[in-house]
Design a protein around this ligand. Structure first.
Ligand code: AMP
Length: 221
């Protein structure tokens, strides 16, 4: 099953994506994680991406399309993949459709995480992540220890207030039109009697386990 997770920053795509991937036994691709690793390693791609990421701006589509294509062509992704934060612009959605078609595959589900902006700002401002394994925590101070790997918890640079505002704007202006793009495709396909990706909206407010249960029910699991 190929699934795209769509939703604003802080909606829980990473946490839920991890759980969905485990449940379906397929890999998860999070471009944010790939880019942060490239930044840590100081690769040319990382150095370019950092300029955008620190401010909360989107990294150019060409960079994302390269990462996406490489990940989808890996043998472990042949049974499907959970795409977390990957399709953030209409050109990326078009690129994904193209790559999947080239591989003889298709997108099955677009899972939209629904959360209001006030809640998101609250979550992001209280978030720290493990600098080693990236596990996110809410309400744990920077410098605390990660329960999973013993790494140090840090605040992401793009979780500072100015960057949060920029990321929200990027979501509103560039990513939310992607949902409408998928809806239009689904309508076109229905008119032609063809199938298209199912668009499912999930209420992403609540305890992590509750949201997971909603997500898995929505996926028919
Ligand atoms: P995330 O971890 O998903 O919140 O992503 C962190 C940052 O990485 C974003 O604010 C962007 O700067 C960049 N990024 C990650 N995925 C994408 C994408 N699909 N398109 C553009 N920029 C991205």
């Amino acid at each position: 099953m190929n699934i795209v997770l769509l939703g604003p920053p802080g909606a829980g795509k990473g946490t839920q994506g991890e759980r969905i991937a485990r449940e379906l036994e397929i890999p998860k691709l999070a471009t944010g994680d790939v880019l942060r690793e490239a930044v840590r390693q100081g690769t040319p791609q990382g150095l370019e991406a950092k300029r955008y990421m620190d401010k909360g701006d989107l990294v150019p589509d060409s960079v994302i399309l390269g990462i996406m294509k490489e990940a989808l062509c890996r043998p472990d992704a042949a049974r499907g993949v959970v795409l977390d934060g990957v399709v953030r612009t209409v050109p990326q959605a078009e690129g994904l459709a193209r790559v999947l078609a080239e591989l003889g595959r298709k997108l099955d589900v677009v899972l939209v995480f629904d959360v209001d902006e006030e809640e998101l700002v609250r979550r992001l401002s209280a978030r720290t992540v493990c600098e080693n394994c990236q596990t996110p925590y809410t309400g744990r101070a920077p410098g605390s220890t990660c329960e999973k790997c013993g790494g140090k918890l840090v605040r992401r640079k793009d979780d500072e207030p100015d960057a949060i505002r920029t990321r929200m704007r990027a979501y509103r202006d560039q990513t939310s039109p992607v949902i409408e793009w998928y809806r239009a495709r689904a309508r076109d396909a229905a008119l032609r009697g063809q199938s298209a990706a199912r668009i499912v909206t999930v209420d992403a407010i609540g305890a992590v386990d509750e949201v997971t249960a909603r997500v898995l029910t929505a996926l028919g699991k």
